[in-house]
Every structure is written in C-alpha cells, then in structure tokens.
Design a protein around this ligand. Sequence first.
Ligand code: PHE
Length: 494
Amino acid sequence: MEAPVLLNPERKMLSVMQSDATKKWSLEEILVACGWKDQAIAVGAGHGLTNHGLVDTVEHVVSTVRLASEGTKAHQEGLLEHRLWTWIQSSENPSMGDLQTSFERNEAGPGVGLLKRLGVGLANGVFHSADGDAVAEAISARTVFLSSLPCSVEDADPSMLDHFKSRRGLIEVTDATTRTWSITPQGMGVQSEDLEQKQAIAEITTELLQSDEWKEAEFRSFDVTLESATPRTGRSHPMQALIERVRAIFLEMGFSELVDDYVQTAGWNMDALFIPQDHPAREMQDTFYLDSPASIPLPEDLVKAWGEIHEHGGTTGSVGWGGSFSKATSEKGLLRTHTTVNTIQYLAANPDQACRVFSVDRVFRKEAIDRTHLPEFHQIEGIIMEEGANLQMLVTTLKTFYAKMGYPEVRVRPAYFPYTEPSLEIEVKWRGKWLELGGAGIFRPEVTEPLGISTPVLAWGMGLERLAMLVLGLDDIRQLYISDLDWLRNQPIL
Ligand code: PHE
C-alpha cells in the first residue's frame, strides 16, 4: 500500500509517536513533544492520523462532581442541617415555634425534614436526639464531602454522592471528554522520509503553473465532505433587487429611465393632469403639502393654459371643469403623490419627440399604515409617445412586462382617471386570485394639448410594493421595511 500523503502536523505527531510503540499519549504530552501551543492542531492531526489508520484514538469521558450554586453557599455559610443543629444545641428549649422565628420559611420547612432523617425529632414539643454525637458526626461528614469537591465521580464516596444528588442545587456532575492516542503497527511502519516536513501547496497560482515547480510539488488535500459555515456576505435588500429587475426589464424593452425630484407643485402633480382643483385626492388628509417651500412659482403662461383648460376646456373641445382656476392652488409645494408628475414634465420638455420612458421611484400619500398601505411607497411609471400608439399596444406592453416578471396571467378592466381616456386597471393572477397592481390609459387632449403634444401618449403607474408582496410571498407590506435581519438573510436572490 502506498503511504498516504500526510499534512505537516500529522507528520510531526506521527514521528513523535514512533518513539514508543505502546505509549498512550495524552493531549498535553503531544503538545509538549511536538512543541505546539494550539490544542486544535493536535486534535486535528490526531484525527487525520486516525482516519489513515496510523493512530488509534481512545476517548474517555471523565465525570467530575462539583459544587453547584447552593453548594457553594453551603460551603461558605454551612449546610442547613449544620446551622440547625448548632442552633438546637445552643437553645434552651428549641421548639418548632422558635425554629420558625429563627429561620426563614424556605429553610424551616425542609430543615425539619432533614433533621428528622438524621434522627432529630420533637419530644414534648422540643427538638431532641437520642444520639447527639452521631448527628454531629453525620453532619460533619457531609461538610467534609462538600469541601473535597471538585473530584472525579470515581473518587467520590458513593453514598454521599447519592445523598447530595437527591438534594436540589448542591452538587452537579459534569462530563468532559479527553482522548489518548497510541500508534498502530501501520503507523510504526511509515518511513521517516515520509515524515519530513514538506511545504504542501494549498493555493495554485499562475506563477506556480508557469514554472516547472508544480511537477514536483505536493498538494494539500482538502476534505470536501466537511461541513463549513455559510458565509454571510452583504447583499442587496430585496426591494433594491426588485427595483433592479424592473429596471432591467424596461431597459431591455427599449425604455429610458427618468429620475426626478420628490418636491413638486400641485400644478404639475395635478393641474397638468386635469385633476380638478376641488378633487378629494387633493385634500390635506391625502396629500403631504409642504411648509417649506409652501409655494413654488410657476411660469405665467403655463398657469394660464391650465386655467383655460380647467375652466372651459381651452381649445380642446372639452368643456373643462368650470369654476375658477386658482394660481395659488397650483403653486402649492407638495411631496409628489404619483410619478406621473415626472413623465408629464418630461413630455412638456420634449413635446414632439417620440419616446419610451420609465421610472421606478418613491411617492408619498397620507395613508394610515397597515398591512397593505404605507405613506411612502414606489411606483413603476412609464409612457410611450409614438405615432399610431393605441390601447392594444398599451395592453401588450404591460402584459409583456408582467410576463417577464414571471406573471403571465394579466387582465385589464375599465377604470377612471381624470387624465386618461380610455383608462384601465391592470390585474395579475396570483395564487388563483386577481390582484390590482396599477392604472393606465391614454392621456386626454386636456393634458397633452396645453403642452403642445399632438402624438398619442400611453401611460401607466403601478405599485412596486404590491408587486414585491407577490414576488416575495408577503402578507404584510411592512415586512419590507422593518429590517428584520433573519428574514432578509433568508430572502431568495431575485
Ligand atoms: N398615477 C396613477 C396612480 O397613481 C396611475 C396612472 C398613471 C394611471 C398613468 C393612468 C396613467 O394610481
């Protein structure tokens, strides 16, 4: 049989052990003989040599009796029976009543039982023993036993051990494993040249491969069956990972990404989108208006154009909302309630350039937090402006997006938004149920005409957190943001 290739510590340990064919080596002896400080090296080498059949390992379990918490106390203050017996001897007429006033409740009760078993009982209402010397001797033997601890179970008096094991918290028995190694005949047979310290190569480098050294080198072997710790490296938050995936899909579909500010005017967030100035969604309880900037100036001509549309439909043929349009309302500062505020500004800046634009960004609404609502969340927004763009194209685009996300079953239903006509709701089938994920439609002339846009614009806005709930299988949207490390670690990599 060919000699196994041994690791350096194994070589060292075996050559030490070859000095005595029958010796049982303890860990300490191996450490001294090999000149090691680290026990783990010796244990590892012993393990390796045993696996190769060069060494036998014998494990011994040594049980030690030691004082437990109550035992340490008894060792310092005296055993309960000792203190009781001292008290009885120093009292004139030690009665049960006296005992109960001299000792705590939790000691008096068990104490009487202890005394009884030592042959101390009540005679005419007074504690008494027929053989006081025997009591004192028994108690002192117990005290001596406690003061002899710790000791190995084998060396301990068995009757004392039984006695104290039956009492709570005085002693405890702990097991420790130690091992000894002895060399086997095969171990004795390993040639000394095979036990020379060799530099085994653990890492293969380019230099090594380019030189000829690798031909002569010894390579360190790895045990690939050993369990290893799971490395915990940093990783993207599942929400960030989802955003990246949504981004990748839209980029792949030929869209460009738009990033814009949270702080906006009511004019762009609502008026530009033909949301009437008395719309309930504009109320304080739905929208976060800002104190600073409470108002952001808007170009005169823009406000004028919106005003005409809102009041009477301008030149679009629409009748508008009627009433009178307020410039002050339009200039109010707010946190955007939807990302449509950004796509509409993009269109205003590029009114006659066909485009496909998307954004995945944060929006704010004054929602009470619950299982499905947060005051800050994200929308997946998008527009396609293109000659001939139509409803069919809109539906196909959305279906394609969700299919790429892994949700091939998508349906649309009629809906209403002040800024689109027709308008629709997008629903995705998940676990057998249809879930509403967003809105879409074709911008109305009341929206496009004042901005000088004459090409059809398809638009949509969908909830990202809702989608995350599907992707991650969540019942509660809050799970996404509470930084629950255990949960985060166990999320699939999207
Ligand atoms: N902005 C709408 C919302 O926040 C969604 C939407 C966007 C609807 C674009 C139609 C067109 O729910």
